[in-house]
Design a protein around this ligand. Structure first.
Ligand SMILES: [Zn+2]
Ligand SMILES: [Zn+2]
Length: 80
């Protein structure tokens, strides 16, 4: 799946929770085993309480689509 990134042009798509943005720093970074999705420490906390995909988890994460370059940059800025 590809995405047209405003900064990087046509790239592979990745998913991030709504808290992980180009401006966020040090929020923690948890990555899915397949490397396609990332989420912050607060989302990890909610996820660990539910351990299944439901409306509460979905509202917490508020998944955003980003390109793979943005994903890597945001990961570097937020992982502990
Ligand atoms: Zn989050
Ligand atoms: Zn990008």
């Amino acid at each position: 799946m590809s995405i047209e990134c405003a900064v990087h042009g046509e790239r592979e798509s990745r998913f991030l929770c709504q808290h992980l943005t180009p401006l966020s720093r040090g929020l923690g970074f948890f990555i899915e085993a397949d490397g396609q999705s990332g989420w912050c420490a607060a989302c990890e906390e909610v996820w660990s309480q539910h351990e299944e995909w439901n409306a509460t988890v979905e509202a917490q994460l508020g998944i955003e689509h980003v390109c793979d370059v943005c994903f890597a940059t945001i990961r570097d800025a937020n992982e502990a």
